[in-house]
Design a protein around this ligand. Structure first.
Ligand code: HEC
Ligand code: HEC
Length: 397
């Protein structure tokens, strides 16, 4: 299966479902279609190794390896902690040398279901995303040349069994990245060699992350007719549909994978979200249309979709609600640690703290008519999405 991007007709139909008076049969059918089948997750055409078990085994070890950071103390798992639903209980994560980031960490349990990664969608694959985390100065601050040396020293055999022979790195400086003289002065061939290793490291991590699916929840078992919901949970399910939550939280991850301005933002409004992320994605040499993609045509088609969905300013990616009740912080700011309070504040009276969606207030039209009543039952329903404990073979090596 490829990314099924919802066409305008389907979106309108869903919005209509969302706004119509409660209709149990329609609501039930819509929810049933949100079951997650791990065997049917979208393919990742730009990564030939996305479903290669050897790549995934390497990716798993790298995911937990703190040595792959400037101070040797930060791994992917530091901010995506398996014991915390692969998320981070801190409002914003701390990278190397305890440098604070600017957004709350995202849970990655359903990341393989979203075509665009990050709150602002500045990555279009699960293999290009980790490259930003590794080199990011507030995250691991490990330059691409350091990554290549690190793999050569520590994981050479595993790497080569998946991606073929490593290039000769002997003449390279210990560290270098674009924007630094040490990088810019390297021969084009050396830069390409390094970037191929860098991209391949990302591809092995993607192969691992594709297995981190919050599947087989009580919700999924309910859709298969294996269990019934309590009256409270059922009432919450009905309200989730009739209150209009499903307008954006739809599909198997309970996220449409799209970007919406719902009025969650810092007081200064400086974070432009998707509006800032899109230009970065289009200019990224590691995007799906670029030289390191295994299927540039597929990557190009996805980028065309991204470009056509410019969206509102201060739009952020709809958060997946799988596992939401197990998380300790909500929204891209991570400033709320109370699920009930988050929902009530954001969605009361149509979002934006009661300002109403659509119109000229810059908020998403899908917020129109959305309400936060029956919130305790909605939370009871959302807890049916609690993720089962990941199997031991997916945890730290
Ligand atoms: C210092 C903390 C930190 C580290 C280390 C870190 N991340 Fe993240 N991660 C974040 C934050 C914060 C975000 C959201 C950032 C944003 O949107 O700008 C994020 C977002 C993501 C996403 C996007 C999920 C989605 O649904 O869009 C994925 C996937 C991810 N990280 C995987 C990784 C991997 C793999 C590594 C290791 C190579 C890693 N992260 C290292 C903090 C971290
Ligand atoms: C217009 C689209 C839209 C609608 C409608 C909508 N949401 Fe959201 N939701 C989002 C977006 C976008 C985010 C990410 C917000 C941010 O920037 O932090 C989000 C975040 C959330 C979160 C935080 C999850 C996390 O882990 O951070 C919860 C909980 C949530 N929504 C529940 C609901 C409920 C309940 C309803 C119905 C009352 C609803 N949403 C309606 C788009 C929507």
């Amino acid at each position: 299966m490829h990314w099924k991007v919802m066409g305008p007709a389907a979106a309108v139909a869903l919005a209509a479902v969302a706004c119509s008076p409660q209709d149990d049969a329609v609501g039930q059918a819509t929810l049933a279609a949100m079951a997650l089948d791990p065997a049917a997750i979208p393919s990742s055409p730009t990564n030939l190794h996305a479903d290669d078990p050897a790549a995934s085994a390497l990716g798993r070890r790298l995911f937990f390896d703190k040595r792959m950071s400037a101070d040797g103390g930060v791994a992917c798992a530091s901010c995506h902690d398996p014991s915390k639903g692969f998320s981070d209980p801190r409002p914003v994560s701390l990278g190397v040398d305890h440098r604070p980031g600017s957004r709350h960490s995202m849970p990655i349990t359903a990341a393989a279901l979203h075509p665009f990664q990050f709150w602002d969608g500045r990555a279009d694959s699960l293999w290009s995303q980790p490259l930003k985390a590794m080199e990011g100065q507030k995250e691991m601050d490990f330059s691409r040349v350091e990554v290549a040396h690190f793999i050569h020293e520590n994981y050479r055999a595993d790497y080569e069994s998946v991606f073929g022979p490593m290039p000769d790195l002997a003449a390279l400086p210990p560290e270098a990245r674009p924007g630094e003289a040490a990088w810019d002065s390297l021969p084009a061939q050396s830069r390409d060699d390094v970037q191929r290793v860098f991209a391949s490291v990302g591809k092995s991590i993607e192969a691992y992350e594709r297995k981190l699916l919050c599947a087989d929840t009580r919700f999924d078992r309910w859709t298969r007719g294996e269990i019934t919901l309590t009256a409270d949970e059922q009432s919450g399910a009905d309200s989730f549909v009739s209150n209009g939550c499903i307008g954006c939280h739809n599909g198997p991850s309970f996220s449409d994978g799209k970007f919406h301005a719902i009025g969650v933002g810092g007081a200064d409004g400086a974070d432009l979200g998707r509006a800032a992320g899109l230009p970065l994605l289009l200019a990224d040499p590691f995007n799906g249309a670029g030289a390191y993609s295994d299927d540039p045509a597929a990557g190009k088609a996805l980028l065309a979709i991204a470009a056509s969905e410019a969206g509102e300013t201060r739009a952020f990616r709809t958060a997946s609600l799988r596992g939401v009740g197990q998380r300790q912080r909500f929204g891209h700011l991570g400033d709320s640690n109370d699920l009930r309070q988050f929902i009530t504040q954001v969605y009361r009276g149509g979002g934006g703290g009661g300002r109403g969606g659509g119109g000229d207030n810059g908020l998403d039209p899908l917020l129109r008519g959305v309400d936060a009543d029956n919130v305790d039952a909605i939370i009871a329903f959302l807890r049916t999405l609690d993720c089962p404990v990941p199997s031991a073979d997916l945890l730290a090596p």
